[in-house]
Design a protein around this ligand. Sequence first.
Ligand code: GLA
Length: 520
Amino acid sequence: MRWLYFAASALLPLAAHAQNVTGKWTGSASRYDNGIEITVALEQAAGGSITGYVEGPRSNDRITSGKLENGKLTLEAERAGRGGQMMHVTYTAEISGTKMTLTMPQMTFGGRAGGRGQQAPPRPPQVFELSRVSSKFPGPPPEPAPRVSLPMPEPVRTELARTPPMGWNSWNKFAGQVTDAMVREMADAIVSSGMRDAGYIYVNIDDTWEGAHRDSHGNITTNNKFPDMKKLADYIHSKGLKLGIYSSPGPKTCAGYLGSYQHEEQDAKTYAAWGIDYLKYDWCSAAQVYENNQATMAAAYAKMGLALLRSGRPIVYSLCQYGNLDVGEWGERVGGNLWRTTGDIRDDWQSMSHIGFDLQPGREKYAYPGHWNDPDMLEIGNGHMTDTEYQTHMTLWCILAAPLLAGNDIRSMSPSIAAILMNKELIAVDQDRLGRQGVRVAKDGDLEVWAKPLADGAYAVGLFNRGPAAARVTAKWSDIGISGSHPVRDLWKHEDLGSIAGSYSAEVPSHGVVAIKVAQ
Ligand code: GLA
């Protein structure tokens, strides 16, 4: 009898046992991030307390505590962040028999660059549908392999991106929702809106295009959102545009998809065969396999830099490691054409203005043709800043000689957003062949004057007002390093203002800018 009781209890459905969730649960994401698989290992003690771990998609999270009430499970977990710091994440789940629907809040990695204040709405959470594959706790999670250190690489040189790359990227607006069909529609809209002719050439797929597994030869695969990357590239090229893609030097990308770790040469060849023209390479889980020092990070990036070079196809190389470990000092050496300088931008004034105004000064010495500081992609048109603030965003990025990667939905862009993104006079400032990054030349509280020297001897000058009320801002010629009278043109009004001596003053709205070109 006793034996029978035990045998039966092992097989009995959960309900008869007032629910014990111990065991191994596996499944995959049901919403945007198709292809992502997850394992949840739970151990429920007699007193009801729950511990265990979650494997993937982003990292292994250790469950520190959990509780189950009426089929609703809450799991508190710890995750190692990209810089090695511990972060806290709360999972919630609904359990019904051997099925679990698990919700994980979307987290943005890379350290917040923005300040306090109004925030863009959080991304929709990831939802996973899991099944219980065993009612035994599978044992402790696998020990991570020791992280490796690498020596500083030999220089890798490319001749690409003589001016800051321009185009569109899927992440800021669409995150995991990007699909082949959307990319095609965006390319069509980039052409019909005039964006292509204004210079926005690269159409870049960010994270979440990758399949769950490599094929039997170790080749990277796409998930079902991208049925045929080569065909997509052919389509993009037929429109006079170029196609960009995304990966990581680590085993997984930031959204938990396959990265290029130990497949760098192979992936570069695959990209070249597909017809890829641009790669954004995002550190993410590389923090789990590489030591956190300059030589090692540079070597990890150089592996791909060299692989791209050897692929035989010109592929612009965009480093994304959030500006850590003085990337400006070695970004060029690893073949990088641009490198992020900060954590992720958000579509709000605090984030954009903090990244643009506060975190760029000092980096100008690293920018020149082929090598650009990247203050992150544009948020213009994503809805959480005013048009005045978006004008500031555009002007500042152009003065910074920043890559201009629109991050909005081009298909439904309003005329005022189109006018901001396609201000040709400002684009000319960004794309100026001298390739110098502008600098702040004066600051008086919230009022700042920035200037960028141009190839024809002129200066592009921004009179910015970061304050809460309109104010008069003065750009003194002496601050720019010139004297006498100079022809001045307003780059937003597209008007010549005549020859002006000594300085130029203008009323600037709160969070706004007046942009001028001061000719030689
Ligand atoms: C990081 C990057 C972002 C984006 C996401 C994708 O957070 O900084 O720009 O690429 O990863 O997961």
